[in-house]
Design a protein around this ligand. Structure first.
Ligand SMILES: [Zn+2]
Length: 80
């Protein structure tokens, strides 16, 4: 991991904006889980969930602990 001085994705708004833009810089910073599907994704995933159904996690382990499974399209569990 590169040594990031600050986490530019430390607010809900910043995370949501990164998801909307599929910002590749956001990969590795957080994951977005969708309550209605039980799936969690990379921020760059093509899936476009409704904002009210999205939960952000800093690690995929936390998402999985809450019962979410890795998306088969963006494969968030492929990264370390
Ligand atoms: Zn996905």
């Amino acid at each position: 991991m590169a040594s990031f001085q600050t986490n530019q994705f430390n607010t809900y708004i910043a995370k949501w904006a990164a998801c909307q833009q599929r910002d590749p810089e956001a990969v590795g910073h957080f994951f977005c889980a969708v309550k209605t599907t039980g799936i969690y994704c990379q921020p760059t995933c093509a899936a476009r969930p409704n904002r009210e159904n999205v939960i952000f996690y800093g690690t995929r382990q936390n998402a999985e602990r809450d019962g979410f499974r890795a998306c088969k399209r963006c494969k968030p569990d492929d990264h370390n």
